[in-house]
Design a protein around this ligand. Structure first.
Ligand code: KIV
Length: 294
């Protein structure tokens, strides 16, 4: 067994990511890249493109399953998507988001649910939302050898309690609370922490205050890494994307254009052509033919 965090085969591990933070001070460390994936092809494409962390986010509820929020996502649905992503990821670290309700009750039940992500779906870590309130949970999961990624700031599973999807930590009091939350998550044993929709100044302060890597989404450029929802960056969502979600492609428009062209070709008889058809190579009695697939 290797004692080096990087096993030399390019596989990203939890110790690798923590190491990136340790080196950040001497600026030789590369920022951590993270994207969400919910299915085999996108997971495989992003893994092969070199992303460090693939997160099976509970955002799957809204962007891939069409729910109004992340709250209705069930444990079984999250496991189903995590298994599909697992089959596409070889190099990146694969983290599974625990859905709302799967870790909010009794700790032993949360532990059993987290273990299902590891044992049944092949997750290498789980992510849970919340700060100080999750101290005991994160400690128990870590104790059970399940690496935990924390998530503070705008936590979408708290949408009803927060009164909407709003930037968090803008006042001195709420900023202090978020700093305490991040410190608690670290103290409980999390290996990294997502900072969502908070002022960049606060994200920079938290990044300096904790020894684990911070991964920002709408938290400015001073975090140790960045995460985006894949469908936002690809232009594959139906609502206006938040201002931090830079659009790298317009895949929604590409799909619409391709589907319109296909429909027009079928309707006009332009698809399929003879070259796109199979041909009979032998005839038997009467007019019956034996088609040979090519
Ligand atoms: O579910 C998700 O996509 C997330 C990211 C936004 C961090 O939690």
């Amino acid at each position: 067994m290797s004692i080096l965090p990087n096993q030399g085969n390019g596989k990203i591990t939890v110790p690798d990511l923590m190491q990136r933070k340790a080196f950040a001070a001497n600026s030789t460390s590369k920022k951590i890249t993270c994207l969400t994936a919910y299915d085999y092809p996108t997971a495989r494409l992003m893994d092969e493109a070199g992303v460090d962390v693939v997160l099976v986010g509970d955002s799957v509820a809204m962007v891939a399953l069409g729910y109004e929020s992340t709250l209705p996502l069930t444990l079984e649905e999250a496991l189903h998507h995590t298994k599909a992503v697992r089959r596409g990821v070889q190099r990146a670290l694969m983290v599974a988001d625990m859905p709302y309700g799967s870790y909010h009750g009794e700790i032993n039940e949360a532990l059993r649910n987290a273990m299902r992500f590891v044992k049944e779906a092949g997750a290498e870590a789980v992510k849970v939302e919340g700060g100080e309130r999750r101290l005991e949970l994160i400690a128990r999961l870590t104790e059970a050898e399940i690496p935990v990624m924390g998530h503070v700031g705008l936590t979408p599973q708290s949408v009803n309690a927060l009164g909407g999807y709003r930037v968090q930590g803008k006042t001195p009091g709420t900023a202090d609370q978020l700093l305490r939350d991040a410190r608690s998550v670290e103290a409980a044993g999390a290996f990294a922490i997502v900072l969502e929709a908070i002022p960049r100044e606060l994200a920079a302060e938290i990044t300096c205050a904790v020894r684990i890597p911070t991964i920002g989404i709408g938290a400015g450029p001073d975090c140790d890494g960045q995460v985006l929802v894949l469908h936002d960056m690809l232009g594959l969502t139906f609502q206006e994307a938040p201002k931090f979600a830079r659009r790298y492609a317009n895949v929604g428009e590409m799909i619409s254009k391709a589907v319109r062209e296909y429909c027009a070709d079928v309707e006009s008889g332009g698809f399929p052509t003879d070259a796109e058809s199979y041909h009979a190579t032998a005839t038997v009695k009467g007019h019956k033919t034996i088609p040979i697939a090519r």
